[in-house]
Design a binder for this molecule. Sequence first.
Ligand code: ADP
Length: 612
Amino acid sequence: MGKTSEKKEAVKENRRIIKRTLKFILRVAWKERPSLFFVYAILFVAMLIQKAQYVILPKFLIDELMLILGGAPASEHLYTVALYVALICGSNLLANIMSNVANQWRSVLEEWFNEYFETLLAEHTMKMDFEYTEDPAALDQLNRAKEGISWYSGGVVGILNSVYDIIGHITVLLGVSTIIAITCPLLLPVQFIGLLLISIFNAKNNKIEIESYSELAKINRVFGYYLFQLSDFSYGKEIRLYDSADMMLKKAGTETDKLTGVWKKVSNRKRTNAWGMDLINAARDGISYFYIGLLALLKRITIGDFSMCVTSASELYQGMYGVIRSLQEISKRCVYAHQFLKLLDYPEALSKGERKVTGETHTIEFSHVSFKYPRSEQYVLKDINLKISSGEHLSVVGLNGAGKTTFIKLLCRLYDVTEGEILIDGVNIKDYSEEEYRRLFAVVFQDFQLFAFSLRDNIAFDDAANEEEINHVLELAGFYEDAKKLPKGLDTMLYKSFDEQGTELSGGQQQKTAIARALYRNAPIVILDEPTAALDPVAEYDIYRHFDCLVGNKTAIYISHRLSSCKFCDRIAVFAENTIKEYGTHEELVNKKDGIYAELFAAQAQYYIEAT
Ligand code: ADP
């Protein structure tokens, strides 16, 4: 009883998925490229002409020829024979031209829809909550959506092809059933039983394919990572210098073996079904020919009718099989494509507020904030309490892994706090609209990324960027003079991916570009996570010296390992043992007896003295 109701539920759910996906696909097609429906209309008319030419016209031609062979005067029938031949050739030509044109048009639209979904997916990936970029379940769903909406389902065109097929097959079925019912009625049950048996086997095969799909999606993602992402040139140095290509290829090989294993299992399971289908087809053909042949021998039908019955029987079978196969195909394709809708339904990791950010000055407050990363049991930050007033320059220091970057990520709301709250101007940051909130920050992360765009686009991300402003921030970041010398100035492409004259900036220049990008954003809160790590001592000193000028009277948070830089900041927060252990001005902390900061500062000062 339980199993039956479970099955019923599954069928109901399947129907819901199909209905929802079909609605979505039809809506997208209608909204984005309605011409696709016109293409199907042309294909439909071409198909009707072709079927008439194939099933009906030969009967008249054969009967006419049989009359001549039977002794009727050729001169009386030759004109009609020529007319039928011309009709057959002409309609065939017309149908072919129509379907060729429509097919080409459909291919172009198919490509267009592929690109459309690729773009939609890319947009979704870029905008999805950051937390999901580290969540294997979300990444698997993204991959399932990608594969489901493209090659597994064939996308809009793939699914609409199946809908079109059903309509086409039903129309042909109605036509040939009428012919058979009039000429050789017993063929109907023979074809019907044959078809029933074939569809059972076909349904079994579809089930096997769907079952293997989830398994394949996961393996494909890992495989894709090794082969495609790692052939990305940005990994080029590590791969060559650490001789890791062999290891990557070996790992990709293991995934290929897994893929082959799954495919092998699928084809083994499908083989028995294929044999069953071959046997049924042979029996059905044998019985049909015997029956129609008998009718012709008994002169119950003409030779023309015999030919029409044979093709009608084949069309009837193909039509019925086509309807069932297309129904199963639609169901399968919709289940795949539904993965895309499931991705769109994916719940947001962070709740989104509506509140607008108002005013020019902003205070930041961490109140009893504790945090552990998703799917992790360990607290990375524990009971953080801190206030940063507007315009204050805060330096954040601490050993590696102390939680400094995590503190910044929480402030930028890439993750939500596990306990406590972060307040901006006294309001919990969860209450602000995400877009408004993000505008408060200009951040240079330690692992910042530059894109293979022009220098201008890397800084401004805006086609209508203000050149004077770009030059100004480049000057502040200490990169203006060098940037001027680049082959095409601001329009020089970074990296050589798309332009032979593209440039590979040095580590320091990259960092200056990232700083310029943050300054160009002109946000009220500037966050620099070790912004000088790749700079030479002169450039580093310049950044410190001009720090006030760089960030002006904006609020600034500055993570640094070099404690001498802390002197430029109003306050210092020392992170250790998952919390803020010391907090105060440089003078206060450096004089604190047995203080962490004092100890670190002394150690670094000694290093500088020894080094000079
Ligand atoms: P810091 O910036 O002070 O060097 P981080 O904030 O980067 O330290 O890291 C603090 C701790 O959090 C480290 O133990 C690190 O391994 C862990 N951590 C950082 N990022 C993640 C993450 N995405 N998932 C799980 N743990 C992380």
